[in-house]
Design a protein around this ligand. Structure first.
Ligand SMILES: Cc1cc2nc3c(=O)[nH]c(=O)nc-3n(C[C@H](O)[C@H](O)[C@H](O)COP(=O)(O)OP(=O)(O)OC[C@H]3O[C@@H](n4cnc5c(N)ncnc54)[C@H](O)[C@@H]3O)c2cc1C
Length: 420
């Protein structure tokens, strides 16, 4: 959707229409706010991360948020429920299973192709009254003033966009975060994730596998049509080598690392490589700026939590703005509340994911032994499994209303909300 005016004012400008930015736009679309989403890549681009070939594991909390956004109904038929998670380590005795039924849950989560989810989110945003997507359009510069932020755009839409609140949803290398002067810690994991799909000999039976190997973790997720999605993390040189192999050679190497739980691995789909890095912004806000998703924290995909966390960022900011009942969405009170609310969940999930990478990435012998033992003990401990299944819900003491299956606002009459 384009707008040819050279200058435009809006309430909220979301920079980045990836899965997190689009989710926020969908969440805000019920409020009486003029929202603009600026996205550099058209949805048809193969490089657009929200429309790529990956599959995303969604937590139960994320399913509830997507239901609240009116998106879940559209994608639910393409989603595959995770009934069990099986965790093992190559060459070690011991494995652990977390079972949805044992935890009293209908599913531990759901797997969906990014392409389906991204397209459904964009349709939800495109259908909303005062919200427009400007794409392809790139934010090239930003100037923050006391009462608003001026963005310079290159591409579709106006040349200048002025907003009371700018949201950095522009990924790990965020320009908005940098221009706002918010520093970010960033390091390379020294791993590349190869993602692909397979049609294994045996049906996945709705089991998600997490297998730790000396060369890196492998996640195998159940997807529709009996296929599985694979995320295989390897040292960059090893990744380059296996990517260059013929399908049979690649499948043979993966089979050796993963084992035979799914029978013979076959039906290899297209392979894509993602270099893995950790990013953590020092803060989730700056004057008139909110930072979320990969722009706030980029995590290793080992626990499949990056988007789930970013979606809770989006649901929280939308709720805080709705609570403000027409107050300045970029005001200090809104931003302070957003940052405080996100702190515990964000901190715990980053520590959990990073801890997992370190624990299973270590060749230190006693740690290796403890891991095998840990998996056995974990398998015997209902309390540990319940704690783990909490990942499905997030770590904050209070989750945003959308993640609890409630509408965005508790008091609809106090908030200027449009009918959807
Ligand atoms: C291999 C792999 C597997 C994963 N699996 C899972 C999983 O199972 N579950 C899970 O929860 N998470 C998973 N994740 C993490 C998840 O993919 C990310 O957390 C999520 O995609 C982040 O979305 P985002 O919208 O914040 O950022 P991005 O997807 O990076 O989107 C940023 C957007 O901003 C746009 N942009 C950037 N700069 C500008 C600019 N200047 N102007 C305009 N637009 C701009 C970009 O074009 C892009 O569309 C995985 C990640 C990887 C690498």
């Amino acid at each position: 959707m384009t707008d040819n005016a050279q200058y435009e004012n809006c309430d909220v400008a979301i920079v980045g229409g990836g899965m997190v930015g689009a989710s926020l736009a969908a969440a805000l679309s019920g409020l009486a706010l003029k929202v603009r989403v600026v996205e550099a890549l058209p949805p048809s681009s193969a490089d657009q991360p929200s429309f790529d070939a990956r599959t995303t594991a969604l937590s139960n909390g994320s399913r509830r948020i997507l239901t609240g956004l009116g998106v879940w109904d559209e994608v639910s038929s393409a989603a595959t429920a995770i009934a069990r998670i099986h965790v093992s380590e190559q060459g070690r005795f011991g494995s652990a299973v977390i079972d949805a039924a044992e935890q009293g849950l209908p599913a531990l989560g759901y797997v969906l192709e990014n392409r389906s989810l991204g397209a459904a989110l964009w349709r939800a945003v495109g259908a909303a009254g005062q919200t427009r997507i400007l794409s392809p359009a790139t934010v090239t510069a930003m100037r923050v003033e006391p009462d608003g932020v001026e963005l310079t755009l290159d591409g579709a839409g106006p040349r200048q966009l002025r907003a009371r609140l700018v949201v950095a949803a522009d990924g790990a290398a965020s320009l908005v975060r940098r221009e706002a002067g918010v520093a970010a810690e960033r390091w390379d994991y020294g791993q590349t994730a190869i993602i692909t799909t397979l049609a294994p000999e045996r049906f996945h039976a709705h089991v998600a596998y997490e297998r730790f190997t000396a060369s890196g973790p492998i996640a195998i997720l159940p997807v529709a049509g009996g296929r599985v999605g694979v995320v295989w993390s390897l040292a960059p040189e090893a990744a380059t080598r296996v990517l260059a192999l013929e399908p049979a050679g690649f499948l043979g190497e993966l089979q050796r690392a993963f084992g035979w739980r799914l029978g013979r691995l076959a039906g290899l789909g297209a392979r894509h490589a993602y270099p893995l890095a950790f990013t953590r912004a020092d803060s989730q806000s700056a004057p008139r700026i909110a930072i979320m998703g990969n722009a706030a924290q980029g995590l290793h995909p080992i626990a499949g939590q990056g988007f789930n966390l970013g979606l809770r960022d989006a649901a929280t900011l939308a709720e805080v703005i709705a609570e403000g009942a027409g107050a300045d969405p970029g005001g200090e009170a809104v931003l302070r509340r957003y940052v405080e609310w996100r702190r515990a969940d964000r901190r715990a999930l980053i520590a959990f994911t990073d801890g997992l990478v370190r624990l299973f990435g270590s060749p230190f012998a006693p740690l290796r032994a403890a891991r095998g033992l840990g998996l056995v003990l974990f398998d015997l401990s209902p309390a540990a499994k319940t704690a783990m299944s909490r990942l499905s819900l997030g770590f904050a003491s209070r989750m945003p209303r959308l993640a609890r299956g409630l509408p965005l606002s508790a008091v609809p009459s106090a908030v200027p909300v449009r009918s959807r």
